[in-house]
Design a binder for this molecule. Structure first.
Ligand code: TXA
Ligand code: MG
Length: 352
């Protein structure tokens, strides 16, 4: 067993940041420790990206496979030139439009970023977040900060400090509680090393958004087809992911039909003695009256669904549910990212 360390949990109001706490957090980063901090997407577990020993601690705390590279977070656009070997004009245009924000760009890396952080790849993932606490911490520590999502590997990413406490208490030096994250799903990862930008992981910045700036944008074929033979370009996408302890079943099709089938399956699983929960939406909640269900948002406001999805999965775990029956959403805009996470957490998808 890893030795447990003393974890300090501190609240910081993003509207009125206590810079004494940020100073302490930056000191931890600079002496090679781990600080969990909020971003606009999910909480991140941060370490000095230029310190291999510190980065190694991230892998250990998360139980993350060594072949899955980390995202490097910066606070100032110009830091990009210290880390990337070349910055194509298209990347500059995207940065201008979407940074700070939920966009991570894959670029050829400079020597300064070690194999530890990039898992031996010659590229690195770089992002400039918008959350003020994250920005203050990166600025104060004066280092690029490596930060994957602050969950145990494989579990749903944390969207509030309580989720981080569940997974990482005793494994990090500090957890900064800055309230609930805004988007609730990890950033869009886009590969900028080819002639056409390619989305490796869908997120808050959509393909449509990128096309509106650059005219073109493709998806890595591995995230469109769930064909095991296609190897994803983003190592992280090959692992089963975002998984609660319960088994997730995903239902695709017309909303009312889905609801009908979910009701049938709920009764079936319940009669088998399995505690079952339904992840519903504002439009379907009424169909499940009397059944265990968590409404995660409104289908016409996908941000409500993205921000509640991981929290909902974790809540079902707290309830001790064995099976989660989840409704699909339309794969438009943010729906693409929601469906990517749902598909990865599900053990089975049923087309109704
Ligand atoms: O929103 C986010 O991006 C959050 C917050 C904390 O910023 N971070 C996050 O990190 O989601 P993580 O480590 O959970 O996901 C990083 C993803 C993984 O799928 C990884 O494989 C991919 O980015 N990635 C990192 N470096 C890469 C590279 N050089 N080439 C391709 N994919 C890369
Ligand atoms: Mg992650």
């Amino acid at each position: 067993m890893e030795k447990r360390i003393n974890t300090r949990v501190v609240k910081v109001d993003p509207e009125n940041i206590d810079y004494n706490i940020i100073k302490k957090a930056a000191e931890i980063i600079n002496r090679g420790g781990l600080v969990v901090f909020p971003t606009e997407t999910v909480y991140g577990i941060g370490a000095d990206a230029l310190n291999d020993e510190a980065v190694d601690k991230i892998f250990k705390a998360k139980g993350r496979p060594q072949d899955n590279p980390l995202i490097v977070h910066i606070a100032d656009f110009n830091q990009l030139y210290d880390l990337a070997l070349e910055v194509p004009e298209k990347a500059e245009l995207l940065a201008e439009r979407f940074w700070p924000g939920p966009l991570t760009m894959i670029l050829y890396k400079k020597e300064i970023l070690s194999d530890k952080i990039t898992a031996g790849l010659n590229t690195a993932a770089i992002r400039l977040p918008v959350n003020e606490i994250a920005l203050a911490l990166i600025k104060e520590s004066n280092k690029p900060i490596a930060a994957p999502s602050a969950n145990t590997s494989g579990r749903p990413s944390p969207t509030e400090a309580s989720h981080v406490i569940e997974d990482l208490m005793g494994k990090v030096d500090m957890i900064i509680d800055g309230g609930s994250t805004y988007i609730g799903l990890e950033s869009t990862v886009v590969d900028m090393t080819g002639s056409v930008p390619m989305i490796l992981r869908p997120g808050g910045v959509t393909a449509e958004d990128i096309r509106s700036v650059l005219g073109e944008c493709e998806y890595d074929p591995a995230i469109i087809k769930s064909d095991e033979a296609i190897i994803p370009k983003s190592p992280g996408q090959k692992y089963r992911h975002y998984s609660p302890k319960a088994k997730v079943i995903l239902y695709k099709g017309k909303t009312e039909k889905i609801a009908g089938r979910i009701n049938e399956d709920y009764d079936k699983y319940t009669s088998l003695g399995l505690k079952t929960g339904i992840m519903s939406t504002a439009q379907t909640e009424e169909f499940y009256e009397g059944k265990i269900n968590i409404c995660i948002g409104d289908r016409t406001k996908l941000l409500t669904i993205s921000s509640n999805l991981f929290k909902g999965l974790r809540e079902f775990d707290h309830m001790g549910v064995d099976v989660i029956l989840a409704e699909a959403v339309d794969e438009k805009g943010l729906g693409k990212a929601i469906m990517n996470r749902l598909s990865k957490s599900a053990v089975e998808t049923i087309e109704v």
